[in-house]
Write a protein that binds this ligand. Structure first.
Ligand code: MN3
Length: 241
């Protein structure tokens, strides 16, 4: 049993004992929280802090993952604690996020988006698959035009937010951006679909190395896109269509 699950069980038992000692049910009848599939964990960074140097520097990666991402995770757990959304993955909440408070929306988004972003970053990790390349060319005219459209989405997102390549509900490729920690899976977002590729354009993602030069950071991003992961996401989205 994981440490957190242990304390959670302990909390349930002692709360039950305090509230109604005479009707306390046998421990075997208390709904188990020891099932680790129910526990939302903070995922490890899939690479070393310096793995994306010189395009994304180690200090930025460390702060971004260990301070910013972890804070979204912790604040997410705090926001859903004691509600029926506790132990729910952020993905499960996004389709009805409009019914949740801002703390859940912002932190569920921040927790999910960063995990998604880390996984679409890597050095020397492939090219668009034949299927994705062909569909990008059909949709945008060429790979260069796709990149231009994505860059425009990233550059023109005013303030903090994210740029996305995603598959729309009617199965088309599209690029767009979302403010703050919103994403295309949220019912409140202006764009809707299955995300394939994300880029964080909050200043905390690039300011140490690039200061105010967001376009340079966006150019560097293309050096470390994990196309193998984007290809996998695209194939998966086609299967679930
Ligand atoms: Mn960020």
């Amino acid at each position: 049993m994981k440490r957190r699950s242990f304390f959670r069980n302990l909390g349930i038992i002692s709360a039950a004992a305090w509230l109604s000692p005479k009707v306390m049910v046998p421990e075997s009848h208390i709904p188990s929280t020891a099932d680790d599939s129910q526990v939302v964990d903070f995922p490890p960074l899939p690479f070393a802090y310096d793995a994306l140097e010189p395009w994304i520097d180690a200090r930025t990666m460390e702060l971004h993952y260990d301070k910013h991402h972890r804070a979204y995770y912790n604040n997410y757990l705090a926001a859903v604690k004691g509600t029926h959304d506790e132990n729910m993955t952020p993905e499960k909440l996004f389709p009805s996020i409009s019914s949740k408070n801002d703390a859940i929306r912002n932190n569920a988004g921040g927790f999910y988006n960063h995990t998604f972003f880390w996984n679409n970053l890597a050095k020397n990790s492939g090219d668009p698959s034949a299927a994705l390349k062909s569909d990008l060319e059909k949709t945008f005219g060429s790979l260069e035009k796709f990149q231009d459209a994505f860059n425009t989405a990233a550059k023109t997102r005013f303030g903090s937010g994210w740029a996305w390549l995603y598959v729309t509900p009617d199965r088309k490729l599209a690029v767009g951006s979302t403010p703050n920690q919103d994403n295309p899976l949220m019912d409140v977002a202006q764009i809707h679909g299955t995300p394939l590729l994300a880029l964080d354009v909050w200043e905390h993602a690039y300011y140490l190395k690039y200061q105010n030069r967001r376009p340079e950071y966006i150019d560097a991003f293309w050096k470390v896109v994990n196309w193998n992961e984007v290809n996998r996401r695209y194939a998966k989205s086609a299967q679930s269509a």
